[in-house]
Design a protein around this ligand. Structure first.
Ligand SMILES: *[C@@H]1O[C@H](CO)[C@@H](O)[C@H](O)[C@H]1NC(C)=O
Ligand SMILES: *[C@@H]1O[C@H](CO)[C@@H](O)[C@H](O)[C@H]1NC(C)=O
Ligand SMILES: *[C@@H]1O[C@H](CO)[C@@H](O)[C@H](O)[C@H]1NC(C)=O
Ligand SMILES: *[C@@H]1O[C@H](CO)[C@@H](O)[C@H](O)[C@H]1NC(C)=O
Ligand SMILES: *[C@@H]1O[C@H](CO)[C@@H](O)[C@H](O)[C@H]1NC(C)=O
Length: 426
């Protein structure tokens, strides 16, 4: 069965297909009544806790215009007493360093919020609905460990319905592949913190975080050669561009970022960041057989206070900010804007080939979540780890569970769009 999520203008649609499409689209465009009881830390068989999801049961509550008008990128965090929807006991996918409860994080309120966009409601993630939409499809997260963090959050949210099996093609943990057997849905993660070809030149470097050679105009083939089969890819990058790097273009050094070498020009981090995105998008736009949708998950700010990450900075807040309590500025704004500019260029380029680019614009939402990071609860107190206070990644369960709310919303929008396109062709 084909869901109306693929842009297939050439299709000749007969009457019967149209009525099927309309039926499916109506199902896709309804808000689920979240009537099934949520997880209450029980180890019972999930079937006993949650009645199976039936799309037919849904009532239609959203009009098409509402979907298109709503900007989900700005809003407030509002209390959600029902969260979280999994724990470290029900979900094995939580990365050790984001398993904050295991390492003694004392407060739990940071899990109990949901994102409320200005002007509309963003439904809480419904795993049944998500799996129905992605049936027979594949999704790859491409980027750094925050991308992996997002994938693990998604696996945990989906664990109320099904656990995936590991179908990785390599033992290298940086390239994971999971299969949801009953939905024929594939989930993957490609590790590429700079998105472009990179080599660690000196594991120590001027700030003891490694010095990297970044080949800013060269594809990182460890992902660019593998993605044309995917229906959805979710790109992200950011935090690694804070590290010292030598910038190469056309095989020659053009400058660097904080390399501390006298005759090499020092560039701001946005220089490498911009070119890396340009190259990554170029790689996507030069694919021959790609039929998928490219999502950019925008930069997620870190929240070190009272010092940098290596100067005793920490994130100890226990509540989200309200939107009037903080402003996107400085480096966060620079990285966000740089990314958006390159995204817009790529989107325009891609349109010519019928490629689809979409934004998972979570930057403002995450700016408001200084309370969501592991801080010192990403490891035991006596452990000597580089990022002792982690204010970059996100505890699971935690605020990035809402990124799946964004993703599901966008997938539903996609279904709506292609339904409209097909209708206007008919
Ligand atoms: C889960 O968190 C609890 C604390 O809430 C901790 O005692 C336990 O060891 C953790 N379990 C796993 C499997 O991480
Ligand atoms: C599973 O999905 C893939 C596409 O992702 C498709 O090629 C394949 O035929 C599907 N398999 C089954 C058993 O439906
Ligand atoms: C910088 O100076 C060193 C030593 O003089 C030289 O080997 C190197 O090629 C110079 N690098 C650039 C980019 O000019
Ligand atoms: C922010 O807005 C809230 C609710 O509108 C208000 O109660 C609070 O005083 C405002 N805070 C600041 C710092 O302006
Ligand atoms: C932590 O590890 C680093 C390098 O691995 C070492 O230089 C440092 O002395 C260690 N610190 C402690 C307190 O063990």
């Amino acid at each position: 069965m084909e869901f109306p999520l693929r842009n297939n203008r050439q299709n000749i649609i007969n009457k019967k297909n149209i009525s099927i499409l309309i039926a499916i689209t109506l199902i896709l465009f309804t808000i689920v009544r979240l009537s099934y009881p949520f997880l209450k830390y029980s180890s019972k068989n999930p079937e006993e806790i949650y009645p199976p999801y039936h799309a037919e049961d849904e009532s239609i509550k959203i009009k098409d215009q509402d979907y298109e008008k709503c900007d989900i990128s700005t809003g407030e965090w509002v209390p959600n007493p029902e969260a979280p929807y999994y724990t470290n006991k029900t979900c094995w996918a939580i990365h050790e360093h984001q398993n904050c409860m295991k390492y003694g994080r004392p407060d739990r309120d940071f899990m109990k919020w949901k994102w409320k966009p200005d002007g509309c409601d963003l439904p809480v993630f419904n795993p049944y609905q998500f799996l129905d939409i992605v049936r027979g499809k594949s999704l790859a997260f491409i980027g750094d460990s925050v991308g992996r963090n997002q994938m693990q959050s998604l696996i945990c949210l989906l664990s109320r319905v099904e656990y995936p099996i590991d179908v990785s093609y390599t033992p290298d943990e940086h390239f994971k592949r999971w299969s949801y057997v009953s939905y024929n849905f594939t989930l993957a993660h490609y590790w590429t913190p700079f998105l472009v070809k990179a080599k660690e030149e000196d594991p120590n470097g001027p700030t003891h975080t490694g010095l990297f050679n970044l080949y800013l105009d060269e594809f990182d083939e460890s992902w660019t050669n593998h993605i044309d089969e995917f229906d959805y890819i979710v790109l992200n990058a950011g935090h690694w561009f804070y590290r010292p790097a030598m910038y190469y273009e056309k095989g020659r050094i053009v400058g660097c970022r904080f390399c501390q070498i006298p005759n090499i020009t020092d560039f701001p981090k946005t220089y490498g960041f911009r070119r890396a995105f340009k190259t990554a998008f170029k790689a996507i736009n030069s694919l021959e057989n790609f039929k998928g949708i490219t999502f950019l998950r925008t930069f997620a700010p870190s929240h070190f206070e009272n010092g940098l990450w290596n100067q005793g900075g920490n994130c100890v807040r226990q509540r989200p900010f309200r939107s009037n309590e903080t402003l996107m500025e400085g480096e966060n704004l620079d990285l966000y804007m740089t990314q958006m500019e390159e995204y817009r260029v790529a989107e325009r380029e891609g349109k010519k080939k019928g490629f689809r680019f979409r934004l998972i614009d979570t930057t403002q939402a995450m700016l408001l979540r200084p309370d969501g990071h592991p801080s010192r609860y990403g490891h035991w107190p006596h452990e000597n780890v580089t990022l002792y206070n982690d204010c970059v990644h996100w505890c699971l369960p935690g605020p990035i569970d809402s990124w799946s709310d964004f993703l599901l919303h966008l997938l539903k929008m996609e279904g709506w769009r292609s339904h409209k396109e097909r209708n206007s062709l008919a």
